[in-house]
Design a protein around this ligand. Structure first.
Ligand code: SAH
Length: 248
């Protein structure tokens, strides 16, 4: 599944927003982070020129926003629903941080629709709305002044979704199941370790009668790298060359 298809499964839901400027700001924050599915549950003043003005280059996100009459309608086809909260609530609920939220959303958007709910500027989400959610997410802000501007909160959480989408690709090797060479099998690794041990003995690098932890540590070192067949044959070629030099 492409990144765009996955992004299309991620829905930002703004509940009962008072200020149209925040709707525009949220649309812009989303588009900057590659998201476009905006749902507005009973916005108090919308459409509004201030929303368009704040959306800047994200007018398309605003123009495609779906206006619905209830939270239930906004989330009805979603397999994961996460609610945002600016403060501790009376009823404890599974609580995650923004990074975990980004990871979870990105992972699950591979298989189903996901919704992230944002509350009213003056009083957030109601308890009954929060209880429709599988998880709550709190941006760990200053406890003495914990409430972010609505569009800013959308920005922070959309950014974490973007980071989750990028860390899977950047700076990391592909998973072993998408490696370019077949992995070495256990018997090939055994032969490699035998070869390594005999070469080290030939080189008098270690005393076979008193090996201490050397062989164990060598096993642990090479097991951490998950060598493929080609890497094992390269190293065995190197060991053979060292043995030849010894006249073996
Ligand atoms: N007085 C309200 C504040 C709402 S702020 C309250 O206490 O709930 C408006 C919306 O911005 C919130 O409903 C939430 O969606 C988001 N938001 C603001 N600060 C947040 C924070 N620290 N963590 C998560 N969401 C936050």
């Amino acid at each position: 599944m492409s990144t765009a298809e996955r992004q299309a499964k991620i829905r930002i839901v703004l509940v009962n927003t008072s200020h149209p400027g925040n709707i525009g700001g949220a649309a812009r924050a989303m588009k900057n982070m590659g998201l476009a599915e905006l749902y507005l549950v009973e916005p108090r003043e919308y459409p509004a020129p201030r929303a368009v003005w704040r959306a800047a280059g994200a007018r398309d996100v605003l123009a495609n926003a779906k206006i619905v009459g209830s939270v239930d309608e906004a989330i009805k086809d979603c397999g994961l629903v996460i609610g945002t909260s600016a403060r501790e609530r009376r009823i404890p609920w599974p609580l995650i941080n923004p990074r975990e939220c980004g990871d979870k959303i990105w992972k699950e958007a591979k298989s189903h629709q996901v919704a992230l709910l944002f509350g009213r500027e003056d009083r957030g989400l109601t308890n009954s709305e929060l209880q429709k959610c599988h998880y709550h997410v709190h941006i760990p802000s200053n406890p003495d002044y914990s409430s972010l501007n609505l569009a800013t909160a959308v920005q922070v959480l959309s950014y974490e979704i973007r980071m989750a989408s990028l860390t899977r690709k950047n700076g990391k090797l592909p998973e072993m199941n998408e490696w370019d060479q077949p992995l070495a099998t256990a018997d090939e690794l055994e032969l490699f370790h035998d070869h390594l041990a005999s070469t080290m003995a030939d080189l008098k690098f270690y005393d076979p009668d008193n090996p201490k932890q050397l062989l164990t540590r060598m096993r642990r070192l090479f097991n951490r790298t998950r060598m493929d067949k080609m890497e094992v044959s390269m190293l065995r070629g190197l060991l053979s060359a060292a043995q030849r030099k010894q006249g073996k």
